[in-house]
Design a protein around this ligand. Structure first.
Ligand code: G3P
Length: 198
């Protein structure tokens, strides 16, 4: 029962589309009709506003972390309700009911939940993301590399519940990055901050 409640609360929190709201509030229109069409921080950066991209990153990660911590507080830090709250927040970001289930790719929210599951793993996957993104200049490559390592790191350090949630989120991150993977293969994926998506 606890798992159902924390999953539902996580989903509701995760479904708040911060990137969309922030860009609209800044008077820059609908971020879904710009760049890659995604509502995440990478695409908000393509509006040319670093501050809005940073705010989107912090808020999208924050909602994932908040969902997990709130579930922990409600259940005396029981791992499965926390894992389901994180997975729920991630699903809410990717498939928000408010946007007819057309949401983002979940990377920042995944990172936030990872920090809240186990801060050591959070730091490790943030470093992997930064290194891969800085080397390739592709945000998506950083996300994919970090997502690939996360379930293994959780299995080694964070426990089975978080590893299972991470494996589920990693599978969905790859699914949501189908187009990015294709563009990486074709070398047409835009570099970080590059406005045009080919
Ligand atoms: O966090 C999403 C990122 O990995 C890719 O975003 O806008 O380039 O598809 P985008």
């Amino acid at each position: 029962m606890q798992e159902i409640v924390t999953f539902a609360l996580g989903y509701l929190l995760g479904s708040v589309p911060f990137g969309l709201v922030i860009v609209k509030m800044a008077g820059l229109g609908d971020v879904r009709s710009q760049g890659s069409g995604n509502i995440g921080a990478t695409n908000v950066l393509r509006t040319g506003r670093k501050d809005l991209a940073l705010a989107t990153l912090i808020l999208d990660a924050g909602k994932g972390a908040f969902a997990v911590v709130a579930a922990g507080l409600l259940t005396h830090w029981a791992p499965w309700p926390m894992a389901l709250a994180g997975a729920g927040a991630f699903l809410g970001h990717c498939f928000p009911v408010w946007l007819r289930f057309h949401g983002g790719k979940g990377v920042a929210t995944y990172l936030g939940t990872a920090f809240a599951f186990d801060w050591r793993v959070g730091i490790m996957i943030a470093i992997i993301w930064l290194l891969a993104a800085a080397t390739t200049r592709w945000s998506s490559a950083g996300a994919l590399a970090a997502a690939l390592c996360a379930p293994v790191l959780f299995l080694l350090l964070g426990g089975v519940a978080f590893a299972v949630a991470a494996a589920f989120m990693t599978a969905l991150v790859f699914y949501r990055h189908k187009g990015n993977i294709e563009r990486i293969r074709n070398r047409t994926e835009p570099k970080i901050g590059q406005r045009k998506t080919t």
